[in-house]
Design a protein around this ligand. Structure first.
Ligand code: MG
Length: 241
């Protein structure tokens, strides 16, 4: 199942439903995808991001893969949905980062890696928008990674029962492929990430774990169209402002 949230065409209320082909279904109603505005597919209380989790990307920025997962947070206020504009902060070096995002399905704490599948709702696409200038001088990455619109999510959540791993993650900038990777190359696996993160903090339904980006990151400019495409999940497309 592809789970979505959308603005109901008559009431304007955020509504949960499922995407079937080019239609959206919710509570007995069916709408054409063309007639609804898709919202971010979940409402996280936090987005836990993993840095340097693909060896080839760690290397391209002059880093090595860390001994333990390198974690940072984005706030809920950073989230935007499909087709929403990424508003660049004042910086000459804001990068895209295509990532597989894990969406948590139930409240959990101290989940052993072996039981991680039991707390996963499904998977979606995320673009971890990153200001490299701020990232170079700021140790906690709040300016670099937590600004408004820095967490595009969507378009839908592929439910765990229909997911087949590994996922093929691609980023296209103005139609040109810039990043390509397989989640089988994640240095710390999804179960290990869930075990590690849930030992630190309680995870809530809708919370997101962004699993890291493969090599090929690069600069966004105003007017660009950036797309994160994950086979089996969908395409998250955002214009840059
Ligand atoms: Mg990232």
């Amino acid at each position: 199942m592809h789970l979505v949230r959308f603005k109901h065409p008559s009431s304007g209320t955020p509504t949960a439903g499922s995407l079937i082909g080019s239609s959206v279904q919710a509570e007995g109603e069916v709408f054409s995808l063309d007639d609804v505005k898709l919202l971010p597919p979940c409402v996280p209380t936090k987005i836990v991001c993993v840095g340097r989790n693909y060896a080839d990307h760690a290397k391209e920025l002059g880093n090595t893969v860390p001994e333990k997962p390198l974690l940072f947070l984005k706030p809920p206020s950073a989230v935007i949905g499909p087709e929403d504009a990424i508003v660049l902060p004042i910086s000459e070096e804001v990068h895209y980062e295509a990532e597989l995002a894990v969406v948590i399905g139930k409240r959990c704490k101290n989940v052993p890696a072996a039981d991680a599948a039991g707390v996963i709702l499904g998977f979606t696409c995320m673009n971890d928008i990153s200001d490299r200038v701020a990232q170079r001088w700021e140790t906690n990455w709040i300016r670099a990674k937590a600004f408004d619109t820095s967490a595009p999510l969507g378009p839908s959540i592929l439910s765990l029962d229909e997911a087949s791993e590994p996922f093929h993650v691609t980023l296209r900038l103005n139609g040109e492929i810039r990043q390509e990777g397989w989640t089988s190359d994640l240095y710390f696996s999804i179960p290990v990430l869930i075990e590690t993160i849930s030992a630190i903090m309680t995870l809530e339904p809708g919370d997101v774990i962004a699993t890291g980006t493969p090599a090929g990151v690069g600069v966004l400019n105003q007017g660009d169209i950036v797309e994160v495409a994950i086979d089996g999940i969908g395409i998250l497309r955002n214009p840059v402002q």
